[in-house]
Design a protein around this ligand. Structure first.
Ligand code: 13P
Length: 250
């Protein structure tokens, strides 16, 4: 049995000071070793978070990175930069990046390959919009996002990639799919990975659920077949709530 994985995505929340205080509060609240915990603060707080996390098993990630190594990309941050700051993994393909910043599967695929080259692990987010679910296109959307996102990613690199199923309509809305809908999406994701690679890789790939996970619904979500953990936005901003979610996955 692989451990469960629970990751906090702060999005554009928390200053350096907030992040340091949060970590100090969170560390003593984590009482299980059965859950791999990760936090993704904004770029500015990664370095100071690294200092605070030194004596812990908590992993540190970034929420994005640019596809190029360096150059005239005002306002952007490269993979090398997040790695130097202390991030061991990066969230790629988040629906907010896809919708607000128009990132498509081709770009996301390039970023994945760049991260792999730099030795940065990846949480690849996939998920359907409400309209796509309404049109019964969830399976197709997941299939396309995975096959295009993972294009030319080798089987022996898949151990460095976690998939997060985040239905767009569930992010920040308080709306959670039914357990059956989540289980079905998990199955679709595993089936696609099996087609792209093989059954062993499909089995061993960690798939998280993300979208309105909180301290009250996480125990139930943790029990769903195929769910290996959670990617948490809003509820992760409160160390006590996030710690409760972690314990609900243990
Ligand atoms: P919420 O938990 O706020 O719905 O956000 C989920 C998310 O987007 C995590 O990446």
């Amino acid at each position: 049995m692989t451990n469960k994985v629970v990751i906090a995505n702060f999005k554009m929340n928390k200053t350096i000071r907030d992040t340091k205080e949060y970590i100090a509060e969170l560390i003593p609240l984590i009482t299980t070793s059965k859950v791999v915990v990760g936090i993704c603060p904004p770029f500015t707080a990664i370095k100071s978070a690294e200092h605070k996390l030194k004596a812990t098993n908590i992993l540190l990630g970034a929420q994005n990175m640019h596809v190029e190594d360096k150059g005239a990309y005002t306002g952007e941050v490269s993979g090398e930069m997040i790695k130097e700051a202390g991030a061991s993994f990066v969230i790629l393909g988040h629906s907010e990046r896809r919708s607000i910043y128009k990132e498509n599967n081709i770009l996301i695929n390039k970023k994945i390959k760049k991260a792999l080259k730099l030795g940065i692990k990846i949480v690849l987010c996939v998920g359907e919009s409400l309209a796509e679910r309404g049109q019964d296109k969830t399976e197709e959307v997941l299939n396309v996002q995975l096959s295009e996102g993972l294009k030319d990613v080798y089987a022996n690199e898949m151990g460095n990639i976690i998939i997060a199923y985040e239905p767009v309509w569930s992010i920040g809305t308080g709306k959670v799919p039914t357990n059956e809908q989540i289980a079905q999406a998990m199955q679709n994701i595993k089936d696609t990975i099996k087609k792209l690679y093989n059954a062993q890789i499909a089995n061993s790939t960690i798939v998280l659920y993300g979208g309105s996970v909180n301290e009250n619904n996480s125990k139930d979500i943790a029990s769903i077949k195929g769910v290996s953990g959670a990617l948490v936005g809003g509820a992760s901003l409160d160390a006590k709530k996030f710690a409760k979610i972690i314990s609900n996955f243990s």
